[in-house]
Design a protein around this ligand. Structure first.
Ligand code: SF4
Ligand code: SF4
Length: 440
């Protein structure tokens, strides 16, 4: 299995060894948690608490708005100190609740109980996953119950549990697979039950041989196959992963369900297990805090709402020559303008670069070298697209399929002119979507 190779891609320096041998450490509760309401793709949930309220851990603090939305839960017990606008790791200020922990970390009634996972039908599993606020934890943050509910004419026959973790530096999925393999596979079995799927493939890049072994040891009992993958970025991107594992090609503008496949991150499978089996909503996650600019890299089990500043302090602080702080990995992540930005459900890592490592995207002119075209795994023409975006020709960018860009950053990585490609494409995609919405 997995002998196919997708078009394009790059081989960046992975730097995984800074953190991949470090066991997950639970971080003590910080003095305050900043919990943004917008943590899922789709509609942000609406706050149902106000300043001065007390909350229990796992209590709903924001209600979902429609089907493509999930509830948000208090990450610990304490008091709501404020509801205001705070930095968000996507790079903008957004509404959030500030919770001051009371130190008791007391669950709301009925949560955190072992209720077994047997005898649940597909609808019940999907409802539990929705009510637990679970979203894709590889970074996409798409509500998981929606992915588990494809239309009847798009039956799914393959579930891929994505442990590729191809993004440089990050090791949170790697550690989770090493330390929680039985739980991840139990979660995968609930996801498979919800879909009615028998074929479950756990995909892991070959630079994690210990994780491959750990997952293989447990996979037989769960009827899953483990597929070791070649190490090439972006191997873990959905379309590339699906092609490599199944030979199926997700059409332009289409979704994995168009070819009968659903992809879920290993962290999502683990969260599904915690929800179904232990009645625990999603209030914490593993965050890999790494890079040569942080004193003591760690894989941290952190509450949602823990600020990047508090997490970095827990890891010994920034070194004197620290450069940019990236939310996520260096290929797809977002450089942070404030360390008050908090961990969200989609935060897999924080990378603190050294000053010399900081990519200086200065926006020189394209010299038409063609490297980006050869490296784009979506077979786009990033050179032309970036010129359209720069000149605000968004309709042209749309006609040249900018919406198919997966924002992997391969083009920016290869570009000798250090053009800020992904920045251009994110903006162009937003503008193309606005144009399409106006046309309806
Ligand atoms: S154009 Fe988009 S998909 Fe292609 S390499 Fe650049 S970021 Fe990746
Ligand atoms: S890699 Fe950079 S300079 Fe070369 S064609 Fe692409 S955008 Fe232009």
């Amino acid at each position: 299995m997995a002998a196919r190779r997708f078009f394009g891609g790059v081989h960046p320096a992975y730097n995984k060894d800074l953190a991949d041998r470090l066991a997950i450490e639970a971080m003590p509760l910080p003095e305050r948690l900043i919990v943004p309401f917008a943590q899922n793709l789709g509609a942000a949930p609406k706050p149902v608490v106000k300043k001065g309220d007390t909350v229990k851990k796992g209590q709903i603090i924001a209600e979902p708005q429609g089907f493509v939305s999930v509830p948000l839960h208090a990450p610990t017990s304490g008091a709501v100190q404020a509801i205001d606008v705070y930095p968000h790791p996507v790079g903008a200020d957004m509404p959030a609740a500030v919770i001051v922990p009371d130190g008791k970390d007391e669950w709301a009634s009925g949560l955190d109980v072992d209720r077994g996972g047997e005898g649940l039908d597909a609808e019940k599993i999907k409802a539990i996953i929705r009510d637990a606020g679970i979203v894709g934890m590889g970074g996409a943050s798409f509500p998981t119950h929606v992915k588990l509910s494809p239309p009847k004419d798009k039956p799914i026959d393959v579930l891929v549990i994505n442990g590729a973790e191809c993004e440089p530096y990050l090791a949170s999925d790697h550690r989770l697979m090493l330390e929680k393999a039985p739980q991840i596979l139990e979660g995968a079995s609930y996801l498979a039950q919800a879909l009615g799927v028998k074929n479950v493939i756990v995909a892991i890049e070959k630079n994690k041989p210990d994780a491959i072994e750990a997952m293989r040891k447990e996979s037989g009992a769960r009827g899953c196959t483990v597929a070791p993958l070649d190490v090439v970025y972006p191997q873990g991107a959905e379309r590339q992963l699906i092609y490599v594992l199944t030979g199926r090609v997700v059409p332009a503008g289409g979704l994995p369900m168009d070819v009968g496949v659903l992809v879920q991150n290993v962290g999502t499978a683990y969260a599904a297990r915690e929800a179904v089996r232990r009645n625990r909503p999603l209030v914490e996650r593993v965050v890999c805090v790494t890079g040569r600019g942080v004193a003591a890299p760690k894989n941290v089990l952190a509450r949602v709402g823990t600020t990047f500043g508090d997490l970095i302090a827990f890891c010994g602080g920034r070194k004197p020559d620290a450069g940019k702080v990236i939310g996520g990995g260096p290929m797809m992540g977002v450089a942070q303008y404030s360390l008050d930005a908090p961990v969200t459900k989609g935060t897999s890592g924080i990378v603190v670069l050294q000053q010399g490592e900081v990519a200086q995207f200065v926006g020189d002119a394209c010299i038409r070298c063609g490297r980006c075209v050869r490296g784009c795994p979506m077979r786009l023409n990033p050179s032309v697209l970036s010129i359209f975006a720069e000149r605000l020709r968004f309709e042209d960018a749309g006609e040249h399929h900018v919406l198919d860009c997966i924002e992997c950053g391969c083009c920016a990585y290869l570009c000798p002119s250090r053009r800020p490609m992904v920045h251009h494409f994110r903006r162009a995609k937003a503008e193309v979507r606005k144009i399409a919405a106006k046309a309806v």
